[in-house]
Design a binder for this molecule. Structure first.
Ligand SMILES: NC(=O)C1=CN([C@@H]2O[C@H](COP(=O)(O)OP(=O)(O)OC[C@H]3O[C@@H](n4cnc5c(N)ncnc54)[C@H](O)[C@@H]3O)[C@@H](O)[C@H]2O)C=CC1
Ligand SMILES: O=C(O)[C@@H]1CCC=N1
Length: 266
């Protein structure tokens, strides 16, 4: 029998995972959200069974994906703890919240997996970190959770000590990439290119460069040097970025995100 995957919270990330998983294997979905329109939409598009409360999801599911904001997680878990049994498995995608806290809030009722996905899961191109440190997890549960996230992209099994770093770089990462893309589109428009065409061009630039980096086997520095002609156009822009300490600013920004992830877990 196929396992029932239940979602508590079907906002941006919950929806990305549900939509990404739809049509990939024989899974049954159920879920709840304060936003009933969202549930109706997911019922129509993905066959998700809408349920009234997190407790209903806990009762109905084998795997319960916790996809509410970290600040809302504690009452949800405390409330549902009476409906959890040893055979079920909690899967939390909440940024910052450690396994120890998840176990405490759920009354140690069942094994817990911590996952940090990212939004490209929506199109099957996510990158997720999975923490399988809870010793109560069965081999079948470990496999099932890895399979779930492999169906929507790449999976890295990581110790929990590296989760805040992964969150800051990869969980939040799509926002940095879209921010950079927006800046490139604005510069194209500034220089006279039509906005729609500029957006298409920048999309092609990002997907093409990502594909080249993934498929060429070359180091990123070599790929950058291939573009950078002596006394050419590219070196002018790169030297300007170095003078503006853009690389250091990016490292500092990611460190700020890392510190926020740690703060959310306190
Ligand atoms: N958005 C992203 O790129 C990523 C988010 N995450 C994590 O995923 C979790 C969800 O984030 P988003 O989807 O961005 O937030 P969101 O705000 O889009 O979705 C949260 C959903 O939870 C629902 N909700 C809140 N309290 C509820 C309750 N008591 N019962 C049922 N539903 C309830 C809300 O109505 C909302 O639809 C967070 O913990 C976040 O840290 C993790 C990785 C990436
Ligand atoms: O911004 C956030 O807190 C969440 C976690 C990773 C991506 N979005």
């Amino acid at each position: 029998m196929s396992p029932v995957i239940g979602f508590v919270g079907t906002g941006n990330m919950g929806t990305a995972i549900i939509r990404g998983l739809t049509g990939r294997g024989s899974l049954e979905f159920c879920g709840t959200d304060l936003n009933r329109d969202k549930l109706a939409e997911l019922k129509r598009d993905c066959g998700l069974e809408p349920l009234a409360t997190p407790n209903d999801v806990a009762q109905r599911s084998d795997y319960i994906v916790l996809a509410v904001k970290p600040q809302h997680l504690r009452p949800v878990l405390q409330d549902m703890s009476g409906h959890l049994t040893e055979a079920k498995c909690l899967v939390s995608i909440a940024a910052g919240i450690p396994v120890a806290r998840l176990r405490e809030w759920s009354g140690n009722a069942c094994p817990v997996v911590r996952v940090m996905p990212n939004t490209p899961a929506l199109v099957g191109a996510g990158v997720s970190a999975i923490c399988l440190d809870d010793p109560r997890l069965s081999e079948a549960q470990k496999r099932q959770v890895q399979d779930l996230f492999t169906a929507v992209g790449a999976v890295h099994v990581l110790p929990e000590t590296l989760f805040d770093a992964f969150t800051a770089v990869v969980g939040s990462g799509p926002a940095y990439v879209f921010y950079f893309m927006e800046a490139l589109v604005e510069s194209a428009v500034y220089l006279g290119l039509p906005r729609t065409q500029a957006t298409d061009m920048v999309l092609g630039l990002l997907t093409g460069s990502g594909k080249l980096a993934a498929e060429s086997g070359e180091h990123l520095s070599v790929l950058r040097e291939m573009v950078t002609s002596p006394a050419g156009t590219t070196i002018r822009a790169l030297v300007h970025m170095d003078r503006q300490a853009v690389r250091a600013a990016i490292i500092d920004a990611v460190e700020t995100s890392y510190k926020r992830s740690i703060e959310l877990g306190k």
